[in-house]
Design a protein around this ligand. Structure first.
Ligand code: 2PG
Ligand code: MG
Length: 433
């Protein structure tokens, strides 16, 4: 049995130059697994807590020495001698040791770093690829007859950034493309890069400004113009919008929703302010006007009534993803399923804080016909665990950011390696309407 002998943690930096937690799990047989925790900018209020030191003299209060300390003392003591294959036992111990509902005592960054490093160490000890090990853990949770085959995900790729991810004037956070006509991951990536380069030509000087996830961050007259520029980029390649390449949005509307007067406050387009029903009308008009197949966080994280209405109106034709709404948490997804809010869930490991809890959310979604999109954060690193997670669980889709900047490419390239490792019979999720 691969036994945990030591945990080493340190503060490293993410793609925004902000501190984050890296953990190494050492196995008695010499195997080592390493993981680095990502960090969001458009963080929802229901997410597990990222513990920061708050000492203004150190990285403007963002250093993570406390979380690092928790890994090397309390957590290391509690997990010493654990079987690295017992991911559920390890994660349950972490949750219990923390003792809070949002992992605020030890920090979700400390806990997730350990949870993932352990999985990497177990894979290393078995001389296996991470996705193979994760697929074994995932398989163990499925009932006979449930499909457990590793599957390459369809990428949903950021082209233009607004909101909290770019300095331009756009309210919506992500204008993305999905290469729905692709028949393999390799082809999907090729089409994506072609559209990205075409978009750079369409935007001209506007392409000099880049957002946090490597997409372009131009100043444009309106949110609608961003969609139109992406459509231009697609048509200039003689691809058909909607058939070959479709549009997706991450509105991230929580971050321009004002609770005091229940309105969505736009800074572009003359600064209009919309109530929930008007936001739904707007999204419905857009879904008719543009080849949009997916809308994430079209409404704010606690606008449950609005979400129900949005889903009733658009849910049959459009993928409606809850990100801040569900925060990768079983209890919130259950509420969504019961009230028919959304039809897909964004999966971010650090919103919940352990691998096992992430599996539970993925499983609940799958069993209720909700689609799943494994997602990176806007603050990322070379850690590519989400690529293995998406393949191992057959999540169907992955959202990494744009096809630029090494913290993004680390995941796209990892998927290329996994695709090659799976061989010619590799399964690709594709895009099912
Ligand atoms: C999102 C993510 C990734 P952040 O909103 O989906 O794009 O952003 O990590 O800033 O929450
Ligand atoms: Mg989002």
């Amino acid at each position: 049995m691969p036994t945990l002998s030591k945990l080493v943690a340190r503060q490293v930096l993410d793609s925004r130059g902000r501190p984050t937690v890296e953990v190494e799990a050492h196995c008695i047989d010499g195997a080592v697994g390493r993981a680095i925790v990502p960090s969001g900018a458009s963080t929802g209020r229901h997410e597990a807590l990222e513990l920061r030191d708050g000492d203004k003299s150190c990285y403007e209060g963002l250093s993570v020495h406390k979380a690092v300390g928790h890994v090397e003392t309390e957590i290391a003591l509690a997990l010493h001698g654990f079987d690295l294959d017992d991911q559920e036992g390890i994660d349950a111990t972490l949750v219990k040791l923390d003792g809070t509902t949002n992992k605020s005592r030890l920090g979700a960054n400390a806990i997730l770093g350990v949870s993932l490093a352990v999985a990497h160490a177990a894979a290393a000890s078995h001389h296996e690829e991470l996705y193979v090990h994760l697929n074994r853990l995932w398989r163990a949770k499925l009932q006979p007859g449930e499909n457990a085959e590793p599957t390459m995900p369809m990428p949903m790729v950021n082209m233009i950034s607004g909101g909290l991810h770019a300095g331009g004037n756009l309210d919506f956070q992500d204008f993305l493309m999905i290469p729905v006509g692709a028949t393999s991951y390799t082809q999907a990536l090729d089409m994506t890069c072609a559209v990205y380069r075409s978009l750079a030509r369409v935007l001209g000087d506007g392409a000099r400004l880049v957002g946090d996830e490597g997409g372009f961050g131009p100043r444009l007259a309106s949110n609608g113009e961003a969609v139109e520029r992406v459509i231009d980029a697609i048509t200039k390649l003689e691809l058909k919008p909607g058939r070959d390449v479709a549009i997706a949005l991450d509105v991230a509307s929580t971050h321009f929703y004002h609770e005091n007067n229940h309105t969505y406050e736009f800074k572009s387009e003359g600064g209009r302010s919309l109530i929930s029903a008007e936001m739904i009308d707007l999204l419905e008009r857009w879904a008719t006007r543009y080849p949009i197949v997916s809308i994430e966080d079209g409404l704010a994280e606690d606008d449950w009534e609005g979400w129900k209405e949005l889903t009733a109106r658009l849910g049959r034709s459009t993928q409606l993803i809850g990100d801040d709404l569900f925060a990768t948490q079983v209890a919130r997804l259950e509420r969504g399923i019961n009230s028919k809010a959304g039809n897909a869930v964004l999966i971010k490991l650090n919103q919940v804080g352990t691998l096992s809890e992430t599996f539970n959310t993925l499983l609940l979604a799958r069993r209720h016909g909700y689609r799943t999109v494994v997602s990176a954060r806007s603050g990322e690193t070379e850690d590519a665990t989400i690529a293995d997670l998406a393949v191992a669980t057959g999540s169907g889709q992955i959202k990494i950011g744009s096809v630029a900047r090494s913290e993004r490419l680390a995941k796209y390239n990892r998927l290329l390696r996994i695709e090659a490792d799976l061989g010619p019979k590799v399964k690709f999720a594709g895009w099912a309407e």
